[in-house]
Design a protein around this ligand. Structure first.
Ligand code: ZN
Length: 379
């Protein structure tokens, strides 16, 4: 599947190959290769997926990674990344990359940011220096970074505050138009972001406005930020009927096995999350049938089994839980690498298995099995 870099501007066409109820299997074409969907993208916040090399990501079958505009803008600076050949060359990853707009991080800086209609002024978490992001600035930074998929600058509100959600949504719409207007590179696909909190009428209004911009893909933002699963599912169901069938749909920041299955059941194609690598650094592993395990627990000290007997990842093929626990207790760096490999594999493999099930018209049964297993595993 690996393709070399191409100088031809990409059409950013999304081919839907099969559907089963709301689930879709497709391929999104980008200048750095095809992304088969559903797809899970691990996060490389600082132009590196923590503790994992690009060669290992390739081996894991990763088709897309996400990198953070806010972090790279502050350090080392987007202009430096551009000088060193853009993000793909900078981090030695020649497959597709998606950058977020910086909005989510900037709006998370409670107390050290000020929002107005034109943009956001914020204080760097690194050295306290003052900076300003506008829609135009976010696009300029993302053009310097050079990812295949770039995101419109949006405001992620507290999901239950109706008045704030509405204000943020209106601003997000105006900013999406400005991003589209500011965008100059033809080899990057700009995705719009639907906001609206947990309010179905706002979600509907937002989906209608954002899709009217005719963009090559759409994201659903402002979820997985503290709302209930039922609210998340309801929001996905509202926008499902509005988002065009022939464009990819990206559920931002979502990454447990059950969330992936529930998302695909509701028409989602793309997911990203820091969870697999963050859990790994906290000694935890995710599995499809046993829920989460924390390998630091003494019960694993003499355990000769792999993390998951059904898993085909490098870690599970070669290492016992007892060895992994030893690495954790001894504070060896390899622990983070081996646990990250397993966690990323779990989600990438799940996305691939869902894709195969949709292509073979057996996704509904597959999803039901996954959800029963994950419920039993979390008991
Ligand atoms: Zn494994």
């Amino acid at each position: 599947m690996t393709q070399t870099s191409s100088v031809t501007p990409a059409p950013f066409i999304f081919d839907v190959q099969a559907r089963e109820v709301r689930a879709r299997a497709g391929v999104f074409h980008t200048p750095h290769g095809d992304i088969p969907t559903p797809v899970f993208a691990p996060v490389g916040t600082q132009a590196t997926v923590k503790a994992v090399t690009p060669a290992q990501l390739n081996e894991l079958g990763v088709d897309l990674i996400l990198s953070n505009t806010y972090h790279l803008y502050l350090r080392p600076g987007d202009e430096l990344v551009a000088k060193l050949g853009g993000l793909h060359r900078f981090m030695n990853w020649d497959r597709p990359i998606l950058t977020d707009s910086g909005g989510f991080q900037v709006f998370s800086l409670t107390g050290i940011r000020k929002i107005d209609e034109d943009g956001v002024t914020f204080k760097s978490h690194i050295d306290g220096s003052m900076h300003r992001f506008t829609p135009e600035k976010s696009i300029a930074v993302q053009e310097n970074l050079g990812a295949d998929i770039i995101m419109a600058f949006d405001e992620c509100a507290m999901p239950h505050d109706r008045e704030y959600s509405q204000r943020a949504m209106v601003r997000t719409h105006a900013w999406a138009e400005r991003c589209l207007h500011a965008k100059a590179r033809s080899d990057q696909a700009l995705f719009g972001i639907v906001q609206g909190g947990v309010f179905p009428d706002l979600r509907k209004q937002s989906a209608e406005f954002i899709t009217s911009l005719g963009l090559p893909g759409y994201a659903i933002g402002g979820l997985s930020v503290g709302e209930t699963k039922a609210d998340m599912h309801a929001a996905l169901e509202v926008v499902d009927g509005i988002l065009p069938e022939d464009k990819p749909r990206y559920l931002m920041g979502v990454g447990t096995p059950e969330d992936l299955v529930n998302g695909v059941l509701r028409g989602i194609d793309i997911f990203d999350c820091v969870l697999p690598t963050r859990l790994a650094r906290h000694n935890a592993v995710m599995t499809r049938s046993m829920g989460r395990l924390n390998l630091v627990n003494a019960v694993y000290a003499e355990d000769p089994q792999p993390i998951d007997g059904a898993c085909t990842c490098y870690t599970c093929q070669h290492y016992a839980r007892g060895y992994l626990r030893h690495l954790i207790i001894a504070k060896e760096m390899l622990a983070a690498t081996l646990l990250s490999i397993h966690n990323i594999h779990t989600l990438v493999q799940l996305a691939g298995d869902m894709r195969q099930a949709i292509l073979e018209e057996r996704f509904c049964a597959f999803a039901a099995d996954c959800l029963v297993n994950s419920k039993q595993g979390s008991k």
